[in-house]
Write a protein that binds this ligand. Structure first.
Ligand code: ATP
Length: 651
């Protein structure tokens, strides 16, 4: 038993527990109630997702109750057998069966009793199977429905939500919280059923057999419930402390292992060992504190049930031997006493589970509250009702007095930005780090919404376009492209599912990736590892470009798409891209100015403002920020402007 309990407890201390009682921060939403403020979240989740499987749930409940009740009957039959066959204290009779149907010969009566007891056990086993099948069916389908619905809701949320919420927290909801519900349904609910059914059935049989002795034997039930409630109240804050410490320990381990390269580079292994040992030591202290209370609970329950058993034995034995003691008046036979004693022992097991069931209920409610919290979220950037599709755009892009600040942050990242780009233009976007270049182009994809002004494609405000048609029209290669665990071909095909091998290879050639891909052990079928760890930064970028090219988009947005590629490869890619982007509007953010030197227009940003624009030559002639940046890059040090001359000057 202890094994089951300790496993159970350990399960709860997995990372999800870091979240118990906390809602997803999400960073950007302050209009939802706190977690747990929802009305009966557990009931809501069960009704919403379990409704279509309700018959299975009810069937399981009935089967569970009947199975537990049947298991209790043989103890009654044993008492009856003693009274009928050994002490002759009772006539042979079975409850609910007319006497006329019963045999009169002792052998037949004895055989019938043994047969009924056997049938009870067999029936209980069969019903237990039905219960397991039905409740697992219910729980597994509910788990699937909740997880997929929560995931769907998350997918519709805006980027800012994911930026404001730790991935671990989202994973916790999708995995641990959902699993918690499943476990509650299959294990705890069954235990709850077991407790209630046993108490009700045993109580009913005892009261029917001898209501006076029953009152004595059943007196332990309220005592056990009270002790369990006290236990739960005492252990709960200790569990909370352990959970909190698990969070710190996990964060410490994650940080350490995630940054193992840096740890090694600075030979800080001993320092990290100390930090982990200290976090683990705190965990040990808190865990031990909880264990001390937990292990005291079970002996107390045993002692109470043992006392109840002893009192029943002492009083009942006296009663059988010398007649009713004290105020008691009912007759009591040896067989009935045996039934009472067998039942008294049966209280112990379910009652020690009371604390666990209450505990699990709270966990499941907290898990349900967090699931509801996700479900209640609505996209902050929904499509308008009459959103139109962007069909075959020419690629005219205009920014009209665009201003933008990230949700939840104070300062504006873009301030009154206006420009227009003709269809098919190649536009370079340059400026010092943090100037707002990436943000500018994320607004084109409507990852965020402008605070003022408008971003238009072919005259359509991007807010009036369907999200799918807008993003399908734009091939986007981000600064740190993400590759999924899978093969090279699968990663390129991610842009267009139905792309055949020829299209994949063609895209890779244009992105300058074909050569290195064919050098990989399995060519296009080489698995790139999680996040593409088995590839170099430049190789990852080229695959990301190929992924954008395979979709054949009308516009391109390349955010530092070749920053990790050597100069020669970049020249090759640029030539290929120039051909490909000749008639498609292309935005290319670049720190390496040679990348955008030939652009039709170069937009120069500084501190969220468009400070210059023009061709390379025009901008050099202006002798402003662009000319300064260019001077830095071509290495004419004597021309280095003051702002780049010393680090202090750059601040
Ligand atoms: N998701 C975000 N939430 C809040 N602030 C952000 C977010 N992303 C960027 N910022 C802030 O917005 C500003 C502009 O960032 P942005 O990435 O657009 O600059 P950038 O010009 O592309 O820089 P770099 O050349 O270094 O990539 C920075 O001050 C940055 O800290």
């Amino acid at each position: 038993m202890c094994h089951r309990v300790s496993l159970n407890v350990r399960r709860r201390y997995l990372p999800r527990d870091v979240l118990v009682g906390r809602r997803l921060r999400g960073g950007v939403r302050d209009d939802t109630p706190e977690s747990g403020d929802y009305d009966a979240p557990l009931r809501r989740v069960l009704l919403t997702y379990g409704r279509s499987h309700l018959p299975a749930f009810l069937l399981g409940g009935v089967a569970s109750a009947c199975s537990i009740a049947l298991e209790l009957l043989p103890s009654y039959l044993l008492g009856l057998a003693i009274d009928v066959f050994f002490t002759d204290a009772r006539p042979f009779a079975l409850p609910l069966v007319p006497d006329a149907w019963l045999p009169t010969a002792v052998r037949a009566q004895f055989g019938l009793l043994v047969g009924v007891a056997f049938a009870c056990y067999l029936g209980a086993a069969g019903l237990a199977w039905i219960n397991s099948w039905a409740w697992n069916h219910f729980a597994q389908h509910l788990q699937h429905a909740v997880r997929t619905a929560a995931y769907r809701t998350m997918q519709d949320l805006e980027l800012a939500f994911f930026e404001g919420t730790q991935t671990g927290e989202l994973m916790s909801v999708l995995n641990n919280d959902v699993n918690q519900l499943e476990e509650f349904l299959t294990t705890s609910l069954h235990n709850a059923m077991r407790i209630v059914t046993r108490v009700v059935v045993i109580g009913a049989i005892m009261l029917w057999l001898n209501w006076q002795l029953a009152l004595v034997s059943l007196a332990v039930v309220p005592i056990l419930v009270a002790v369990s409630v006290v236990f739960v109240r005492r252990i709960q804050p200790k569990y909370g402390a352990v959970r909190e410490q698990v969070g710190s320990l996990n964060a410490r381990l994650e940080n350490n292992l995630g940054g193992i390269e840096t740890v090694k580079a600075y030979t800080n292994e001993a320092f990290e060992n100390d930090r982990v040992a200290s976090a683990s030591g705190s965990y040990l202290d808190r865990q031990w504190d909880a264990i001390r209370v937990r292990i005291a609970f079970f002996p107390v329950v045993r002692a109470i049930t043992a006392t109840g058993y002893t009192v029943t034995f002492l009083l009942g034995g006296w009663w059988v031997l010398f007649g009713p003691p004290f105020v008691f008046t009912e007759p009591l036979s040896a067989g009935v006493l045996v039934t009472f004693l067998l039942y008294s022992r049966r209280f112990r097991y379910p009652m020690r589970r009371v604390g666990e069931v209450l505990d699990d209920y709270q966990y499941a409610s907290a898990a349900a509250a967090r699931i509801v919290d996700v479900e209640e979220r609505r996209p902050r950037l929904p499509e308008v009702d009459d959103a139109v599709d962007l069909v075959d755009p020419e690629g005219r892009v205009t920014y009209e007095h665009v201003s933008f600040a990230y949700p939840g942050s104070d300062g504006r990242v873009l301030e009154d930005v206006s420009f227009a780009v003709a269809p098919g233009d190649f536009v370079g976007v340059v400026g010092p780090t943090g100037a707002g270049k990436t943000t500018l182009l994320k607004l084109l994809l409507r990852f965020y919404e402008v605070d003022a002004g408008a971003v238009r494609i072919d005259g359509h405000d991007v807010r009036d376009l369907t999200r799918t048609s807008l993003r399908d029209a734009i091939g986007y290669v981000s600064q740190e492209p993400y590759l999924f665990h899978g093969t090279v071909a699968e990663n390129i095909r991610y842009g267009r599912e139905d792309a055949d091998r020829a299209a994949v290879v063609e895209a890779a050639k244009r992105a300058g990736a074909h050569e290195f891909v064919t050098d990989l052990p399995d060519g296009y079928d080489t698995v790139v590892g999680e996040r593409g760890v088995k590839l170099s930064g430049g190789q990852r970028q080229r695959l990301a470009i190929a992924r954008a090219l395979v979709t054949d988009p009308e516009l391109f947005v390349l955010d530092e798409a070749t920053s990790h590629v050597d100069n020669e490869t970049e020249t090759v890619i640029r030539r290929q891209l120039a051909e490909l982007t000749a008639d498609r509007t292309t935005f290319a953010i670049a720190h390496r100015l040679s990348t955008v030197r030939d652009a039709d227009t170069i937009l120069v940003f500084d501190d969220g403002q468009l400070v210059e624009h023009g061709t390379h030559e025009e901008l050099l002639a202006q002798d402003g920020l662009y000319a300064d940046l260019w001077a830095v890059q071509v290495g004419s040090v004597e021309d280095l402007p003051a702002r780049f001359a010393s680090p202090e000057a750059m601040d």
